[in-house]
Design a protein around this ligand. Structure first.
Ligand SMILES: Nc1ncnc2c1ncn2[C@@H]1O[C@H](COP(=O)(O)OP(=O)(O)OP(=O)(O)O)[C@@H](O)[C@H]1O
Ligand SMILES: [Mg+2]
Length: 254
């Protein structure tokens, strides 16, 4: 298996009031393999978003190496911008166009693709993500789920071969979750590499090739989802979703 990303001994410190610096990521070692669906889970503040910010060059590590196809991330940012798409946790931060269609067109235009190619891609993703009826709508008028779909549309139109989704299910109702899962299955069918950061494991576990657990800024375990969940330590703040909810009282989290 080809590794798209290789991370070795990566740490990230932020200055704190004592001047010592608190470590938000500690000695991270991992690979992300071409064509896989990797789910990264962990409690709030465990370091999921931070790790992705470093992998995509939005933030520098304090020490260690993050390699994209063997090259340090900081040395291949233009390639990463073209090849790795992120659907951010906060969809609002990703909106750039005055209308849905303009927003989707922005990425391919930036890539300086031929006009015909841009139009084809925009038309295709509007259809795939069921946004045709909204193409003239200002993105700020969309619902939370529709904004997530729009962000995914932008990434798809760029033709990225790796797609990272940060908390893609946050604030979505059941149909919204189904739409996001459909996007994920679509990406997989098109042989894209998919990385999903979520604490809503039950929604995506069935589609994960590998599961990685972050807790307190450290990688605690990674491997096949079933095996990792069998080894779960309650201290990591991750709940095993493989429960049967046959009775109402089974739904209790306490
Ligand atoms: N710019 C920053 N300055 C200081 N601390 C930061 C900064 N960015 C992140 N952190 C800290 O790093 C830790 C990890 O944050 P991160 O956003 O990666 O968590 P997360 O796992 O994505 O959480 P969530 O599930 O809530 O999205 C947190 O404790 C956070 O406060
Ligand atoms: Mg986060």
């Amino acid at each position: 298996m080809n590794a798209i990303y290789t991370v070795r001994h990566l740490s990230k410190k932020f200055p704190n009031s004592s001047g010592e610096g608190s470590e938000a990521l500690v000695d991270i070692n991992l690979e992300i393999y071409e064509g896989e669906c990797l789910v990264i889970t962990g409690a709030n503040g465990s370091g999921k978003t931070l790790l992705v910010r470093i992998l995509t060059g939005l933030m520098d590590a304090s020490s260690g190496d993050a390699l994209y196809r063997g090259t340090p991330v900081s040395k291949c940012l233009p390639l990463i911008r073209r090849s790795v798409g992120i659907v951010f946790q906060d969809a609002d931060s990703q909106i750039v166009g005055e209308t849905v269609e303009e927003d989707i067109r922005f990425g391919p235009e930036n890539l300086k693709l031929p006009k015909d190619e841009i139009e084809n891609r925009v038309r295709d993703v509007l259809k795939t993500l069921d946004l045709e009826g909204k193409k003239e709508t200002p993105p700020r008028h969309l619902s939370g789920g529709e904004k997530r779909r729009l962000a995914a549309a932008g990434v798809l139109a760029m033709g990225c071969d790796t797609v990272i989704m940060d908390e893609p299910f946050a604030n979505l109702d059941w149909p919204g979750v189904e739409q996001v899962l459909t996007i994920i299955l679509n990406l997989r069918a098109n042989k894209k590499t998919v990385v999903i950061l979520t604490h809503e494991l039950e929604k995506v576990l069935a589609f994960a090739d590998r599961l990685l657990i972050l807790a307190g800024g450290k990688v605690r375990d990674q491997g096949s989802p079933g095996e990792v969940l069998d080894r779960l330590d309650p201290a990591w703040g991750v709940r095993d979703p493989r429960r049967s909810y046959l009775k109402v009282e089974d739904c209790a989290w306490l």
